[in-house]
Design a protein around this ligand. Structure first.
Ligand code: C2E
Ligand code: CA
Ligand code: CA
Length: 558
């Protein structure tokens, strides 16, 4: 179930990988940084094929340059077996090109690609290292001359990093850490000076909250007045509570606070945070780039934009298909269910994800039709799953519009009866906000669904302003803790508290807890320790087409 790639040591170059030639070591170190970055980026945006392809192509360009530089070094130092390397390089580039086309067509994930490259790279360094040194040591001057013709492997830094802190010693320290993380930055010793610099929303600002004339909160306030919203990492010598209220201020103004750190700052924490946040800034930037290019395409060819007529046609012509993501029991890893997630198999655009058409369907009151299509597909899938001997629940997402329809419970019941499926096996998920915005009529619908045997689940729990009373009145049997909190559980004490409260609350109301967005072993361990019941997330498996899901359940699960 797990994979080595969650082990962080594999994402950093370390001295035991040194080949003794500083130019080569520097290039190798940079490649690790790029692998890591691509890995983080692809995790953040698992569904964007355009982004994945962009990331993978960028990696390939770097590898090509790295090979060129290495070949130049080998020639310059007259290494006798250089031809072996040249042919290894050539073969690898061919293989990489094949893999790239798989990514472009959505058949391979960039994560697998990055892991493949990185593992290969580690082996490559280990096997090639020592024997080079013997020759390069005698030819340093030649190497230097040869490399002048080749550009250094400097990554394009798309987001600028600013350090703002009145404490000189801290500035120096942070600057050294930024260097160690492989980035460049500009430092300011006062908020006022920093505010004179033109920055953009793509930038990253490491901001000390406690500064004499203009403190960090004022700096943030002035930036919002200028309509600027870069990403912030907040730093403070104050206790956690000050940082906490600064974060709340930032949230009330919808500022982008990526992380908060207290002084004294641990080098490792800072570098980790910086690499993570930088990855997110770069991601936002790349997405904007892909979106911009998409937008220009739309101007050239208006037909590419998804229109409501096209969506209606897609529903009628069964172009909506479903993927299923497994849910497993924390206590023993057993498969207990699957969440049905809709996709649109678009004839020109390939697989389109729900965030690109559900809002459109909602806007045009099409959720009744869409949900019906999903339920019909789910019934078919359920039969296949049963035939394969797998006995699980299927969770289906309902929208607020579905629970305005008073006839829904009877309609669903009849549908399942015709197919001889018991309602107990269907879990209906509703987001916390949909439950709360609905009226007394929805309560009536919930009760009738429950009485007919369906399970009801509160989705994205923790994101709405829950009223305990309303929750108490509603007959829900499952609570899904929002991924936002789950993904932060390793570092953010607030997230831990929220998850703890969710689990306690659920137990009090005799509900099952499902944690969504379980991405790593560490997150799994933490949630298991907190007594959460069911896990769903990439650590277990991604959403898959039905046949893959069955194969996974039967063959690969462990
Ligand atoms: P959701 O109900 O919260 O579904 C979970 C989403 O999180 C899915 O995105 C899933 O692919 C993604 N996810 C699962 N595990 C992880 C993980 O470990 N890390 C991260 N970062 N993400 C993970 P997807 O499939 O793109 O669906 C997005 C949303 O679209 C869903 O959020 C749901 O609100 C909506 N949706 C999907 N299918 C339907 C449907 O049939 N009907 C309705 N009404 N809404 C749907
Ligand atoms: Ca859901
Ligand atoms: Ca959810």
């Amino acid at each position: 179930m797990s994979d080595d790639f969650t082990k962080s040591e594999y994402w950093y170059w370390s001295t035991d990988l040194s080949v003794g030639v500083c130019q080569i070591d520097d290039d190798h170190r940079l490649m690790f940084q790029l692998f890591h970055e691509a890995y983080l980026l692809s995790q953040n945006q698992p569904n964007s094929i355009a982004l994945h392809f962009g990331l993978a192509s960028e990696l390939v360009q770097y590898i090509e340059s790295l090979f060129k530089r290495k070949e130049a070094i080998m020639l310059a130092s007259s290494i006798p077996f250089y031809e072996n390397y040249f042919s290894i390089h050539k073969l690898l580039l061919q293989k990489i090109q094949q893999e790239l086309s798989l990514i472009e067509s959505g058949k391979k994930s960039v994560i697998d690609f990055v892991i493949f490259l990185r593992n290969w790279f580690i082996g490559y360094i280990k096997n090639s290292g020592q024997c080079i040194l013997e020759y390069t040591a005698r030819n340093e001057h030649n190497i230097h001359l040869a490399l002048e013709k080749y550009a250094s492997l400097i990554p394009k830094q798309r987001c600028h990093i600013y350090l703002v802190d009145d404490d000189e010693a801290y500035i120096n320290l942070m600057q050294a850490m930024v260097d160690a993380a492989g980035f460049k930055c500009t430092s300011f010793s006062s908020g006022a000076l920093f505010l004179e610099t033109p920055i953009t929303n793509d930038d990253l600002v490491v901001l000390d909250l406690n500064m004499p004339e203009k403190d960090g909160i004022e700096v943030m306030r002035e930036l919002t007045e200028k309509q600027l919203s870069p990403a912030f990492i907040l730093i403070s010598g104050f206790d956690e509570r000050v940082l906490h209220s600064a974060r709340q201020f930032a949230e009330s103004k919808q500022l982008n606070v990526a992380d908060i750190l207290s002084k004294p700052i641990e080098t490792e924490d800072f570098i980790d945070t910086l690499i993570n946040v930088y990855a997110k800034c770069k991601l936002a930037y790349l997405l904007k780039e892909t979106k911009d290019t998409k937008d220009t395409k739309i101007i050239e060819k208006p037909s590419e934009e998804i229109g409501i007529d096209e969506l209606i046609q897609a529903i009628n012509q069964h172009e909506l298909i479903i993927y299923i993501q497994p849910q497993v029991d924390f206590s023993n890893g057993a498969l207990t269910g699957g969440e049905v997630l809709v996709r649109w198999q678009h004839s020109e655009q390939g697989l389109v994800f729900p965030d690109q058409f559900i809002p459109l369907a909602e806007q045009h009151y099409l959720m009744g039709e869409l949900t019906e299509a999903v339920i019909l597909e789910s019934i078919k899938a359920y039969k296949q799953i049963r035939t394969a001997g797998i006995d699980i629940r299927l969770s289906i997402n309902l929208s607020a519009q579905n629970i305005n329809n008073l006839a829904l419970p009877e309609k669903l019941e009849t549908l399942l009866k015709t197919h001889a499926i018991s309602p107990e096996t269907f879990v209906l998920e509703l987001t916390e906000s949909a439950i709360l915005t609905n009226t007394s009529e929805s309560l009536d619908i919930f009760n009738r669904l429950r009485m007919k045997g369906f399970s009801l689940s509160i989705d994205d729990f923790g994101t709405g302003d829950s009223s305990l009373k309303k929750l108490y009145q509603s007959p829900f049997s499952e609570l899904k803790i929002d991924q936002h909190f789950v993904s932060r559980i390793e570092k953010d004490p607030d997230a831990i508290s929220i998850v703890k409260v969710c689990v306690l609350l659920a137990k009090e109301f005799k509900m099952r807890t499902v944690a969504e967005g379980v991405e790593t072993q560490a997150i799994w361990d933490k949630l298991k320790a907190l007594d959460c019941d069911i896990a769903q997330g990439y650590f277990i498996a991604r959403p898959m087409p039905i046949t893959d899901f069955i194969n996974w359940a039967v063959n690969d699960k462990n």
